[in-house]
Design a protein around this ligand. Structure first.
Ligand code: GDP
Length: 299
């Protein structure tokens, strides 16, 4: 998890530098606990987690002088506990074939990149993969996905701009069935400015996929960008309630001081965090490991 540790260094700096410098040397008192709680909220952990973690910290350490290592250890453990039942596994190769995965989320959240990384990983594991450019609205998105598919060495399906995304999804899943693909990865549009239009389109895509295979999509992964901070919570709420989500991918955890937002998102969602993005490269996607994440976040 070296990459995660490196990637999260900005989050952890934001989280711990200030608190570590003020906590050490003097006994832990109420003022310092208030400071800790505020700091956790500022790091986007959300008021509930911040309060719980602070209370736990107080219980263990009140009146004691704590050194840097102890503070970090206690924080990492508390955050790890908050998240330990919120991690989920993503492995399309253990499911039915073809295993259909739908990627949803707002534009710019990292859907295309995540899909490309997964395609590449699956191909490396010997799977027959079909990548589908279901965002038929944006030419650039289609092009970008094509580049990822070519890089991964997997098959790619698209339609001319402004074609019906549901029609494409139907054909793709049918083809995957006929040609014995292992996995179908379907990108979707993410223009939240037209929320109802987008939700209708996603519902339609899901409906027609079910006409080919009533069990599909087997996964609906919601991709959320950590750098938008607490906006990620609002997005989880919209997509989670309106579409239904089986797992969350949180991207851009490298290079943000807002990685803490993963905590309230994980707690608000009915579905677990499955993957995290820690860079733009093909290898920068990891299974979500709550304890490792907590340790990296604290630094
Ligand atoms: P989409 O519109 O949801 O398909 O988003 P894209 O996949 O096009 O990603 C938007 C931008 O975020 C691109 O410049 C990606 O390279 C970048 N990106 C995606 N995931 C990550 C990540 O985990 N870390 C970083 N640093 N950048 C990422």
């Amino acid at each position: 998890f070296q990459r995660l540790t490196d990637g999260l260094s900005r989050s952890s700096k934001a989280m711990t530098e200030q608190v570590v410098s003020t906590f050490t040397k003097q006994p832990l008192d109420q003022a310092k606990l208030d400071e800790l709680e505020e700091m956790l909220i500022e790091a986007d952990l959300g008021p509930h987690s911040a309060a719980r973690i602070t209370a736990r910290f107080a219980e263990e350490k009140f009146g004691k002088s704590v050194d840097e290592a102890e503070i970090k250890e206690a924080l990492a453990e508390a955050i790890g506990d908050e998240l330990s039942n919120r991690q989920g596994r993503f492995d399309p190769l253990v499911g039915p074939r073809p295993y259909v995965v739908l990627f949803i989320g707002v534009n710019g959240s990292g859907k295309t990149t995540t899909l490309g990384k997964i395609a590449s990983d699956l191909k490396a594991r010997g799977a027959k993969v079909l990548v589908v450019a279901g965002d038929t609205f944006r030419a650039a998105a289609v092009e970008q996905l094509k580049v990822w598919a070519e890089r991964a060495g997997v098959d790619f399906m698209s339609r001319p701009i402004n074609s019906d995304a549901a029609g494409l999804a139907f054909d793709a899943v049918q083809r995957a069935k006929d040609e014995a693909y292992d996995v179908v990865l379907i990108d979707t549009a993410g223009r939240l400015q037209n929320k109802q239009g987008l939700m209708d389109e996603l519902h339609k895509v899901i409906r027609v996929i079910k006409k080919v295979d009533p069990e599909a999509p087997h996964e609906t992964l919601l991709v959320l960008d950590a750098t938008v901070g607490r906006n990620a919570l609002a997005q989880e709420n919209i997509f989670g309630n309106q579409i239904g989500v089986s797992g969350i991918v949180m991207t851009k955890l490298d290079g943000t001081a807002r990685g803490g937002v993963l905590v309230p998102v994980a707690q608000a969602s009915d579905s677990p965090i499955k993957l995290i993005g820690v860079g733009e490269g093909i290898e920068d996607l990891q299974p979500f490991d709550a304890r490792a994440f907590a340790r990296s976040l604290v630094g």
